[in-house]
Design a protein around this ligand. Sequence first.
Ligand SMILES: Nc1nc2c(ncn2[C@@H]2O[C@H](COP(=O)(O)OP(=O)(O)OP(=O)(O)O)[C@@H](O)[C@H]2O)c(=O)[nH]1
Ligand SMILES: [Mg+2]
Length: 251
Amino acid sequence: MTPARAENPAPTSTPARVDVILPCLDEEGALPWVLGRLPEGYRAIVVDNGSTDDSAAVAASLGATVVTEPRRGFGSAAHAGLLAATAPIVAFCDADASMDPADLVALVALVESGKAGLALGRRRPTNRGAWPWHARLANRALALLIRLRSGIRLHDLGPLRAARRDDLLALDLRDRRSGYPLEMALGISKAGLTIVERDIPYSPRVGRSKVTGTIRGTISAVTDMSRLLRAHKADASRRNRRSRDTRVVPS
Ligand SMILES: Nc1nc2c(ncn2[C@@H]2O[C@H](COP(=O)(O)OP(=O)(O)OP(=O)(O)O)[C@@H](O)[C@H]2O)c(=O)[nH]1
Ligand SMILES: [Mg+2]
């Protein structure tokens, strides 16, 4: 399989403070606004995941680092971006203009100050068109399932997020589809790091909806995540049993 490839890495003289990974599948219409909203000192890494439009050329012309990841899937694209990142803090943002990269500043501050191991943007829709009812319902059910199966209390496994690059690499994430954001949250929590949420505005995307805008996409995302949660619960029970079995009994 062809490995991910960085096409125009950032100049080495000005290392970025934050690398922003933007998984991208046919987002040429949204990229100009998204890339224009990046805060100072943040580098855009656009991971082109087999776009058939001009996403890669548009991103490169606007100064973004473009990584090509031919293996399809949100997790594939996100992970290729993580492997290409070099800044101490990495952030993730959808490339569809549904969220504002400027909102990353608050999330990055939480990570830099040590208050969060993983800072998540909790999506607050700006109007009724921003988040279809089935996606909102699925998200609520997922948050409840996460709480029941893992004890992690969060409202939204939002795609806008920030963490330390080294912490994420240490998780050795394996999911390459929609389960990637959940696997990250479960891994961060298992590593004893704190997850913090902050509200962020969520607007209607630019361009055609691919995942949550379709019922099929939502079902496939929920299936991926349920599988991960089952595995997490089984792993936690195994670890509990093992620690009970190996407990030293005082004589
Ligand atoms: N769906 C999908 N998105 C990908 C893929 N690779 C990269 N992406 C990008 O991942 C980001 C999130 O995907 P979206 O299509 O916005 O998914 P979503 O926000 O759940 O749903 P919609 O915005 O309603 O489509 C976007 O920037 C996509 O362009 C992939 O294989 N599938
Ligand atoms: Mg979207």
